[in-house]
Write a protein that binds this ligand. Structure first.
Ligand code: HEM
Length: 501
């Protein structure tokens, strides 16, 4: 294949190993690969990265925002860089974001300031056990739970449908503030709260002793969620073949000792941020919340840009930012997952084009609340924070095909050898486009992503893969052989049929 060379011997980097060397622990970040940084953390490299991730720059999809949120969706030809992925639905993005918030949260490192991961705390526990929803449980965090029934979550109403519990200043009372960053992830968090509450009813109806109800419900919720990750989400983002390959043949590169598993910065700072490339500039949040929401048809659908500066300071913002409550601010899930009613919409393909609104985030969407407000710039500067290796170096260490510099002509003008020693995030996005046709991650990105997910599931002694690998879902489902997000939302009663609209 032109532009791709087979991985050469690892000896190119004398004295380095390909797998993590320093023992670490789950409370801190760590490294998967002991390889040199892609570039030195100089002012000059910093400027090149800022250029690469700037508004209007190489990565900006340049969506014509002046067309408005409705036309940008209904007239795809207006946004040629916003290409449909026929194998993902729009909800894949927000499920991916929800998962991100379950196992990694860096509140300490500083952009572009080199920092050893092993001494940098991860605010989330790196397991897929929903601490972003449960917090420390009803005793440690009673504020998340219903005072009238302490094993159930508090859920409030936005006027028509469910909303997160909120303080009087509208800040959500939930275990991870990022789950109120936009309306769709807030809706997903609320769906998980309702899902848990319904499972509590089930467990009680089966006669569970009162002191076991919470833990039993939590295990059922968590295992069904983990099942969705293994059987629905991972095949979508890394492909069915690689998912099965890692399950059957094991992990090659992410192999920490059982008590020493950790969140690797190659995944946290670069690979898993591939999800930023799947975000659309605008969405249809629901079909029936906003009278006259679609000016072209008069339909009562609520459309909005994911972020729009015009929404700043508005009580019911025009955009889909979080931290707001109003009747129209709920999610009609038929747009995001396939309920078989013809309403579902596709995700954006995975490539190096990032939707324009993400180059100008509201400060409230940035956990540290500070600039730069360009998400691509933040991602790229984080590579200097963690001294991440280049995509090419990791491909070489993995002995898999390397994308050669001819594939990155747009990076050459930035100097600093970035076309041959490419920041990992940019590299894995290019792999997805070039090798995966934008449908899935490929190469380095797919392998790191799959191994970290399976590693963190297999090394967690409470996951279903550890406790009972032959376990299969027990809750009602459409297809007897599996359990999907559609089933979860249906059980939570936030599906279109339950809303009767
Ligand atoms: C509208 C949707 C999203 C927005 C506005 C958003 C925004 C952000 C912001 C502001 C950060 C912090 C950047 C930094 O300072 O380094 C971040 C981090 C991150 N994002 Fe997103 N993101 C979104 C969706 C996603 C999705 C879909 C994924 C993956 C599928 C993802 C994966 C990550 C990861 C892994 C981090 C690092 C988390 C940490 O450990 O702190 N994000 N995102």
């Amino acid at each position: 294949m032109s532009g791709v060379t087979a991985g050469a011997a690892i000896a190119t980097f004398p004295g380095t190993a390909t797998a993590q060397t320093a023992p670490t622990n789950p409370r801190f970040f760590g490294r998967m690969f002991n390889l040199p940084p892609f570039a030195p953390a100089t002012q000059q490299v910093q400027e090149a990265l800022r250029e690469l991730g700037r508004p209007g720059g190489i990565m900006d999809a340049k969506d014509p925002l002046n067309e408005g949120p409705v036309r940008l969706i209904t007239n795809p030809e207006l946004s040629p860089n916003n290409v449909d992925n026929p194998f993902h639905t729009a909800g894949t993005t927000f499920f991916g974001q929800f998962v991100d918030h379950d196992f990694t949260f860096d509140l300490n490192s500083r952009l572009a300031v080199p920092t050893p991961p092993e001494t940098s705390p991860n605010t989330r526990f790196p397991t897929l056990s929903l601490d972003s929803v449960y917090g420390g449980g009803p005793n440690a965090n009673p504020e998340f739970y219903d005072p009238a029934d302490r094993v159930k979550f508090r859920v409030e109403s936005g006027g028509l449908f469910e909303d997160l519990p909120r303080r009087s200043d509208r800040v959500a009372i939930i275990a991870d503030p990022r789950n109120d960053e936009n309306l769709i992830i807030a809706g997903l968090h609320a769906a998980f709260l309702l899902f848990h509450n319904r499972v509590v009813d089930l467990v009680r109806s089966q006669g569970a002793p009162a002191d076991q109800v919470f833990n039993r419900a939590k295990q059922i919720v968590t295992w069904h969620y983990q099942w969705i990750i293994v059987h629905e989400f991972l095949p979508q983002i890394i492909g069915h073949g690689l998912t099965q390959d890692i399950l059957r043949h094991g992990r090659q590169f992410y192999r920490p000792a059982p008590g020493q598993f950790f969140m690797p910065v190659e995944f946290q700072g670069a690979v898993y941020r591939f999800g930023h490339s799947m975000i659309r500039p605008s969405y249809r949040a629901n079909l029936a919340g906003d009278p006259g929401g679609n000016p072209a048809t008069g339909a009562p659908a609520f459309f909005g840009f994911i972020f729009d500066p015009a929404g700043q300071g508005q009580a019911d913002p025009v955009d889909l930012r979080g931290r707001a409550r109003a009747r129209r601010r709920f999610i009609g899930w038929q747009t995001f997952f396939n309920f078989g009613d013809g309403q579902v919409r596709a995700n954006k393909r995975i490539d190096t084009m990032i939707s324009t609104p993400l180059f100008n985030l509201p400060l409230q969407a940035i956990p540290s609340n500070d600039p730069p407000t360009s998400l691509p710039q933040r991602n790229l500067l984080r590579h200097l924070t963690w001294s991440l290796p280049s995509g090419q170096a990791i491909a070489e260490a993995m002995r898999i095909p390397i994308l050669t510099r001819e594939i990155f002509p747009e990076l050459r003008p930035l100097g600093n050898n970035l076309d041959a020693s490419t920041p990992l995030w940019y590299y894995i996005l290019k792999e997805a486009k070039y090798l995966g046709d934008g449908i899935t991650l490929a190469g380095v990105g797919a392998r790191i992503c799959g191994e970290v997910f399976f590693g963190l599931l297999q090394l967690d002694p409470t996951s279903y893969l550890s406790v009972q690998p032959t376990w299969t879902p027990t809750l009602p489902r459409r297809n007897a052989n599996t359990f999907t997000m559609v089933d979860l939302l249906t059980y939570a009663r936030v599906d279109p049929a339950s809303r009767r609209q």
